[in-house]
Design a binder for this molecule. Sequence first.
Ligand code: GDP
Length: 210
Amino acid sequence: MTETTKDPLVIRHLDYLGPMAKQGGWRPDSMLPEIAFVGRSNVGKSSLLNKLMKRKAFARVSNTPGRTREIHFFDVNREFVLADLPGYGYARISKERKAEWRPLIEGYLKDSTKLWGVVQLLDVRHDPTDDDHTMLDFLADLGVPTIIAVTKVDKLPRPQMRERVEHLAKYLGLDPDQIVPFSAKTGEGRDDLASALVQLLAMPDWRSTT
Ligand code: GDP
C-alpha cells in the first residue's frame, strides 16, 4: 500500500475498559461487537496491536507484570471492543501452568455473546505449535470468523516469506488471501489487517447465520 492510501481504520478514540482475571469474571457490559486477538507468548501480539492502533504503548497494560494472564478490553472508536487475550504456551513454564490459559481463554471465547471475530497470530518462521493447534481447532469448532495474521515477516527475505505464507495456508487448509502477512517493524500489513477488521465488522453476526 502506498502512503497516499486512505487509512481504513482511523483510530479516533481508544479507551481501556478493564481486565477479566478469571473465567466468568468481570467483563465490559458494552453492546459493541468484540474482536479477540490470540497467539502464543512472544508471537508479536503487543507489537502488532501497537502498530494496528498507531499507539506506541497501547498494549503496555497487557504486558505489565502480574497482568499478562488477564484478558484486557479496549473500546475502539465506540465501534468495537478489542479483547487482548493472554499469550499462551510460554515455553519456560510448566505443563500445569501452561494448561491454566485454557479455562480463561476458552471460557471467554465460548461465553462471550458479543464475540464477532478472532485474529489468530502465527509467527511466519514456525509451523503452528501444539498450543496453536489446540486454539485453531477450538476456533474451528466454535465456528467464529477467524483472520490469520502472520507476524515478523521482515525477518525473512521476500521470496522465502511468500513461500512460508503459502506453506502455512496449505498447512491450515486456507487460501493465501485469508492470511495477512504483518511486520510491526516495517508496518507491512497494518492497513491490510485494518481493512480485514473493517470488513469483518460489516459482516452479519456469525451466530445468526449458523
Ligand atoms: P507478545 O509476547 O506476543 O506480545 O510479543 P511482543 O510484541 O512483545 O514481541 C516479542 C518479541 O518479538 C520482541 O522482542 C519484539 O521486538 C519482537 N517482534 C515483534 N514483532 C516483530 C516484527 O514484526 N518484526 C521483528 N523483527 N521483531 C518483532
